[in-house]
Design a binder for this molecule. Structure first.
Ligand code: PHE
Length: 438
């Protein structure tokens, strides 16, 4: 079967950016910025993105593009043996669990969107959360079902510009609120005293999450890139869009929070409990709320789509070697079904009827969130850099760069120095930081 490819450069950028731009940008980035000193965090974040995000994204993209395979096949093709099969399995497992947790939050976004459009809708108990999860899975499965071109690429080309437009409208509207200036100063006035080791590690972790590093999405999408495209410039564009949306989302949220007398240091609940109250007090707040939650839903669902594609492509590849290969459509139904099931248990664990899913004082949702972000994702990222830095032929990267950059060998040398020595240490540090050891 001939593999589908993205049709255009614009399509590659939009599809990859749609996968990268998610709750990490709109929900997580603004509250992390609020908790870590505003502009100081922003500056460190941008440095991390350029220094670490860029080369790591290039690595994953090149792995996909050169092998032309899903996560499952890429390691095998590039290493020429099957010793590395454990990494794709670990990647797929963590992706499945990540989607489960992510779907719960996406369900809340869908619920808040419905509530802001129909304020009198009765949406009180945990079952509505599960219903909203199911709506999100259904939409995501439909997009993946339509295929790489007609589904993922086409819809990303439509929804990414809409998302950008919404976030710009929100940021501009908020900038005109009386009292917004204080928030903008918090965002953009650099105060070096706020810098700390903790801020640096938080920014690094956020950079990995926001750019979907270690989730297999870049390898999978890389395998759909037409051969003559320049990976570096593609990645540059994706990073620019991802960072722009994160900064604009912060400009829409933090000044609004300041203008209505709340604190930006509220953590994860900033978007779900502080903002709805802020919108209620704001003139034209209902329209703003609808736009904002539509923005969150688009960002979240397109990210889920990218990870469902990782699972679907890998499952199709695995089954291709079996006696009865799975069709793509069947694989989508299986992966969508399993992720929905995980998310239902996660959502249940947050309700009163889910007491049996709480242990050690934490819910299943918290356990999975911690397991994936503190252990599994760093482990995948670490194994990927060690694999590519030490075990894949250096010519793979050289041949990919040569048509576009000639033989500027020093860039390759810097790249290998980073990937072989610096990144493994850094990823290890991030892992220790997120576990709470340092
Ligand atoms: N980069 C994505 C985001 O910012 C990360 C992600 C994608 C996480 C898909 C979960 C699912 O939200």
């Amino acid at each position: 079967m001939v593999k589908e490819q993205f049709n255009s450069r614009f399509g590659v950028i939009m599809a990859t950016a749609a996968g990268a731009v998610g709750l990490g940008n709109i929900w997580k980035f603004p509250y992390m910025l609020g908790q870590n000193g505003g502009a100081a965090f922003l500056v460190v974040y941008i440095v991390c993105v350029l220094l670490f995000g860029l080369p790591l994204m290039i690595t994953e993209f090149v792995m996909g593009k050169r092998s032309g395979q899903s996560v499952r096949g890429a390691y095998q093709v590039l290493a020429g043996n099957t010793h590395w099969n454990g990494i794709p399995i670990l990647t797929c497992l963590s992706v499945m669990l990540i989607i489960g947790v992510y779907l719960v939050i996406t369900g809340w976004c869908v619920k808040y969107l419905l509530l802001s459009v129909f304020p009198s809708l009765p949406m009180l108990n945990g079952w509505t959360d599960i219903l909203c999860n199911t709506i999100a899975v259904f939409i995501s499965v439909m997009v993946v079902w339509m295929g790489v071109n007609k589904g993922i690429e086409r819809l990303s080309k439509i929804f990414m510009p809409i998302l950008l437009l919404i976030v710009i409208i929100l940021a501009v509207r908020v900038a005109f609120l009386p009292g917004a200036k204080e928030g903008l100063t918090f965002l953009f006035a650099f105060d070096a005293s706020k810098l700390s080791f903790d801020v640096v590690l938080s920014a690094l972790g956020q950079c990995f999450y926001s750019l979907s590093i270690g989730m297999g999405a870049l390898i999978t999408f890389g395998s759909y890139i037409p051969k003559k495209q320049n990976v570096v410039s593609l990645v540059g564009n994706v990073i620019a869009v991802d960072t722009l949306v994160a900064v604009l989302a912060a400009c829409a949220i933090i000044p609004a929070v300041f203008a209505y007398g709340s604190s930006p240091e509220q953590g994860p609940k900033l978007v779900f409990s502080v903002l709805p109250v802020v919108f209620q007090q704001m003139p034209g707040g209902q329209v703003m709320a609808v736009l904002f939650f539509a923005l969150l839903c688009i960002a979240a669902i397109t990210s889920i789509v990218s990870l469902l594609e990782v699972l679907t492509a890998s499952l199709v590849d695995i089954s291709a070697q079996k006696k009865h290969p799975l069709t793509r459509h069947r694989a989508i139904l299986y992966t969508g079904g399993v992720c929905l099931l995980i998310s239902i248990f996660c959502a249940l664990s947050l309700t009163d009827s889910g007491n049996w899913l709480v242990w050690g004082g934490k819910t299943l949702f918290d356990h999975i969130d911690r397991l994936t972000s503190c252990y599994m994702l760093p482990l995948v990222a670490l194994s990927t850099v060690i694999f590519f830095g030490w075990f894949v032929d250096k010519n793979v990267m050289k041949e990919e760069m040569q048509p576009h950059y000639g033989s500027r060998l020093w860039t390759i040398r810097v790249y290998y120095f980073l990937i072989r020595w610096c990144f493994p240490i850094l990823i290890f540090l991030i892992a220790l930081h997120s576990i709470g050891i340092i």
